[in-house]
Design a protein around this ligand. Structure first.
Ligand code: F6P
Length: 381
């Protein structure tokens, strides 16, 4: 039976969102289904009700655009980061009338199902609306933080790892030219996946992630400076330190620029160590540091082949689930395969984690990647 489905992207953007939109439209059009792109997450339903858009404005098709060259079809999207639909990372306003209008938007569009592409925060909010409005929903995980539970991979993560790894590569040469320690701050509000993966791949000497070093303290700072001094003594005069933004300062508070903070601490403490009776800390005097905050660069860039592949596989699975009318599922990557998990279980778990202030999918402190980093001599706290 032909279906009429909607797709929206919600929460912070990441590379691969357009690749999902493209794959959903292609798979759907081969089934003869119609796809409607909802602009700016669930706010698109509100705007639809308010008359900003008409249903036909939102129709997405594989081909048939009256435009030149590549723009005749939707395939170009697989190469572009961001989301052509726009995305909102605002939380739920809690306004019941707005929620009702959004719910009505889904009904007035006469959708059979909605594909919601989101991270842990947005999936939580959309699922509540879906329950209230009895929407048929399929969720696809996306976030460069890779912290959606029950899936080993979220769209956007691997591209972000490549971006950070390439930044570490670029910083290596300037660091080496000046015998400097480069501190690189990467995203990862509560999770260290991005820092750990790119730190290992990019040759970091120190990796700080919230799962292992929730907060900087005096011992940790000493250890980092000793580690850098040892490197210098052994002949390697530059160092790369990567810190996830979720790591807190000496007072246990989050810093907007924890990278700068850490660089300054390394500067000061290495100098203090040099003044002690341990002269080995004085080789090459005090450590000269520079900090780089990679920021939203990590959320952009051409999606990697892995993320495009994942986008295609997740889109196929989402459409299979809709064809089977097996709704309220999160499409996931587990044990090398695409599977699905019931959203009620996933969202209940996310809510519990948010209430407890813990990350829904942290790095396993005893896991193989942590062991790998340690076995390479990377300092992790
Ligand atoms: O959740 C993904 C993420 O990239 C975090 O790592 C980061 O803290 C946050 O988004 C930043 O979001 P924004 O600046 O868009 O509010």
């Amino acid at each position: 039976m032909n279906k009429r489905i909607g797709i929206l992207t919600s929460g912070g953007d990441c590379p691969g969102l357009n690749a999902i939109i493209r794959a959903v439209v292609k798979c759907a059009s081969h089934k003869g289904w119609e796809v409607y792109g909802i602009p700016y997450g669930t706010e698109g339903f509100l705007k639809l009700e308010q008359g900003t858009w008409q249903a036909e404005d939102l129709r997405l098709q594989e081909y048939g655009y009256n435009l030149p060259g590549l723009l005749q079809g939707i395939d170009i999207l697989q190469f572009l980061s961001g989301s052509i639909l726009g995305s909102l990372s605002k939380g739920n306003t809690g306004d019941k009338a707005i929620a009702q209008t959004i719910i009505q938007g889904y009904k007035d569009l006469e959708l059979d199902a909605l594909i919601a592409v989101g991270g842990d925060g947005s999936l939580d909010i959309i699922y509540d609306l879906a329950q209230q409005g009895q929407w048929n929903i399929i969720a696809i995980p996306k976030t460069i933080d890779n912290d959606v539970p029950f899936t080993e991979r979220s769209i956007g993560f691997r591209t972000a790892v490549d971006t950070v790894t390439s930044a570490l590569y670029n910083l290596t040469f300037t660091a080496a030219s000046h015998d400097r320690t480069m501190v690189v701050q990467v995203m990862g509000r509560d999770a260290g996946h991005l820092a750990l993966h790119s730190g290992i791949a990019g040759g970091a000497d120190v990796i700080l992630i919230p799962e292992l070093t929730p907060q900087i303290d005096a011992n940790l700072m000493n250890d980092i400076c000793i580690r850098i001094a040892q490197l210098r003594k052994s002949g390697r005069k530059f160092a790369l330190v990567i810190v996830a933004e979720g790591v807190k300062n000496l007072q246990g508070e989050k810093e907007k620029y924890i990278g700068d903070y850490l660089a300054q601490q390394i500067d000061e403490i290495s100098h203090q160590l040099c003044l002690t009776d341990k002269p080995e800390f004085c080789n090459l005097d005090k450590i000269e540091t520079r900090a780089t905050v990679l920021g939203h660069i990590q959320r952009s860039g051409t999606p990697s082949s892995y993320d495009r592949l994942l986008a295609a596989a997740f889109a196929k699975k989402a459409l299979d689930l809709i064809a089977e009318e097996h709704y309220n599922q999160l499409v996931v990557w587990q044990n090398g395969e695409v599977q699905s998990q019931p959203l009620d279980k996933v969202v209940a778990y996310i809510k519990k984690c948010h209430q407890q202030g813990v990350c829904p999918s942290p790095i396993n402190p005893d896991g193989f990647l942590v062991q790998t980093a340690r076995s390479l001599g990377i300092y992790l706290g």
